[in-house]
Design a protein around this ligand. Structure first.
Ligand code: NIG
Ligand code: FE
Length: 406
C-alpha cells in the first residue's frame, strides 16, 4: 500500500457519491475531485471548486475515468481450507446440495479440511482470495466463522479473519457462525450442540466478533434453535444477522425481524408478507446472486424486494460450496442483468447497501467525513459495471486514502 492516507483524487470524469442517502440515487458529479486527509474524505465536489488548501495533497489523476465508493461485501465465508470442486462437478451432473450435505459432504467436508489446517495455513489460503477481492475494489468485508463447529476452530477462524484485516488494506467485520450446521459428532444430539454454541463456544467467540449469524433453514437450524442462539448472542453483545429462507421458507425472515437483525440474507423463498415484516423492522435484505449462479437456482427477485421497500444489499457469499465468488462488481452486474435492479440500484446495493447491512454508516458513500475508500474504473461511467460483467474494471483501489498496490 502506498501513501499516508492523504490523497487528492482529481480528473474524475464521473463520480458516484451516493451522497443523497436515497436508495438507488447515485448522486453523481461530473469533472469532480475527492480530497482525503488522514484516511477520511475531507471534500467532494466539482474540481473547479476545489478549495486551495487541498491543492498540496499527493495527487492521483484518474484522467477522466469514473470513480465509485469502495465496495462493501456484507456476507462472506472467505476463511476456509481446501475446495469442493469435485462436489461442484457432482451438482452439475445432477446431484443435490442438500443430499451431499446429508451424506456428510458439503459444509461438513470443509469443516474437516478447516479443522485440519493450522492457523498459518488457513490465513495463507484466505489471504490469497481476500487480496484478489481487495484488488477488485472491495474495501470492507464481512467474514464469518462456521467451518470449525468446535470451540477451538471457531476461535481460530475468527483470529484469522482479524489477521486479514490487520495485514491487508481492507476492514474486516467478523461474524460468529457457530450455528452453520450441526457437526457430525453431534448428529444425534443436536440440543447438546445448541447448548455448546450458546454456552462455551459463545463465551470463547463473542470477544472476537461483532455479529452473530445462524443458518436457519431446512438442512440446518430451526427457527426455535436460531432464536435461542441469536438471543444468547445478543446477551454477549453480538448483533444478530441471519441466513434466512434460502433453501425453503421456514420462517427465518420473520425471526430476523423479530430479533431486530441487521440483515436477513438469501431470502430466496421469502413471501410478500415476510418482506413487509422486514421493512417494518428496518432489516436489510442481503442478496447473493453468485449463489443462484453457482447453484443453478432461480435468482431471487430483487425488483420485488426493492419495491416492497426493503433496503437491499448485495454480497458475494464467497464460500467453497455454494458460491466461490470474489468480485462485487460481478454481483452488481448479475443483480442488474438477472434480478431486475436498475444499474443504479445494483451499484448502490453493492456499496451503500452493504454499508447499511453492516451498520457502517461512514462508507459505501463519498461525502465529507466518510472513509476514503474508492475504486477507479477503467471506464467513463459506472454503467460499464453491468455492461461489461466479465471485465475487472478496477484500475486503482484506494483504501482509507492509501493506494492499494497492484
Ligand atoms: O451462504 N447457506 C449456508 N452457508 C453458505 C454455504 C456454505 C457452504 O456450502 O460451504 C451459504 O450459501
Ligand atoms: Fe452464507
Amino acid at each position: 500500500m502506498s501513501g499516508s492516507g492523504d490523497l487528492l483524487v482529481r480528473g474524475v470524469g464521473e463520480l458516484v457519491t451516493n451522497a443523497s442517502d436515497a436508495p438507488g440515487d447515485l448522486a453523481t458529479l461530473d469533472d469532480a475531485a475527492v480530497a482525503i486527509e488522514g484516511g477520511i474524505v475531507a471534500w467532494v465536489g466539482p474540481e473547479v471548486e476545489l478549495p486551495s488548501r487541498y491543492r498540496d495533497l499527493p495527487v492521483l489523476d484518474v484522467a477522466g475515468r469514473a470513480v465509485v465508493p469502495g465496495f462493501v461485501d456484507a456476507h462472506t465465508h472467505a476463511v476456509f481450507a481446501g475446495d469442493r470442486a469435485d462436489e461442484f462437478a457432482r451438482r452439475l451432473r445432477g446431484e443435490r446440495y442438500e443430499d451431499l450435505l446429508a451424506a456428510g459432504g458439503g459444509i461438513l467436508s470443509t469443516v474437516a479440511a478447516t479443522r485440519e489446517a493450522g492457523e498459518d495455513e488457513l490465513a495463507t489460503q484466505a489471504a490469497a482470495r481476500v487480496e484478489r477481492m481487495v484488488r477488485s475494489g472491495t474495501t470492507t468485508i464481512e467474514i464469518k466463522s462456521g467451518y470449525g463447529l468446535d470451540v477451538e476452530t471457531e476461535r481460530r477462524m475468527l483470529r484469522v479473519a482479524h489477521r486479514l484485516g490487520d495485514e491487508l488494506p481492507v476492514e474486516v467485520v467478523a461474524t460468529f457462525l457457530g450455528a452453520h450446521v450441526v457437526p457430525a459428532e453431534y448428529r444425534d444430539r443436536r440440543d447438546a450442540y445448541v447448548d455448546l454454541v450458546c454456552g462455551p463456544m459463545m463465551d470463547a467467540c463473542a470477544p472476537l466478533a461483532e455479529f452473530c449469524d445462524v443458518f436457519c433453514d431446512e438442512a440446518a437450524f430451526t427457527v426455535d434453535e436460531a432464536r435461542r442462539i441469536l438471543e444468547a448472542g445478543i446477551a454477549h453483545g453480538l448483533r444478530p444477522r441471519l441466513h434466512a429462507d434460502q433453501l425453503a421458507r421456514v420462517g427465518a425472515a420473520r425471526l430476523a425481524a423479530e430479533v431486530g437483525a441487521m440483515s436477513a440474507d438469501h431470502l430466496d423463498h421469502a413471501t410478500g408478507e415476510d418482506l413487509a415484516v422486514l421493512r417494518e423492522a428496518g432489516t436489510v435484505a442481503v442478496l447473493l446472486p453468485g449463489v443462484s449462479l453457482s447453484m443453478r437456482t432461480p435468482f431471487p427477485d430483487a425488483r420485488r424486494i426493492w419495491d416492497a421497500g426493503v433496503t437491499v444489499a448485495l454480497a458475494t457469499d464467497c464460500n467453497p460450496g455454494t458460491a466461490w465468488m470474489e468480485r462485487m462488481s460481478f454481483m452488481a452486474a448479475l443483480a442488474a442483468v438477472e434480478m431486475g435492479l436498475t444499474p443504479e440500484e445494483a451499484l448502490w446495493s453493492a456499496t451503500r447497501g452493504g454499508a447499511l447491512a453492516l451498520g457502517r454508516l461512514d462508507r459505501g458513500r463519498l461525502a465529507a467525513g466518510d472513509r476514503g475508500d474508492l475504486v477507479v474504473l477503467d471506464a467513463p461511467s459506472y454503467l460499464h459495471v453491468p455492461y461489461r460483467p466479465d471485465t475487472d474494471l478496477a484500475v486503482e483501489v484506494v483504501a482509507a486514502g492509501r493506494i492499494v498496490d497492484r
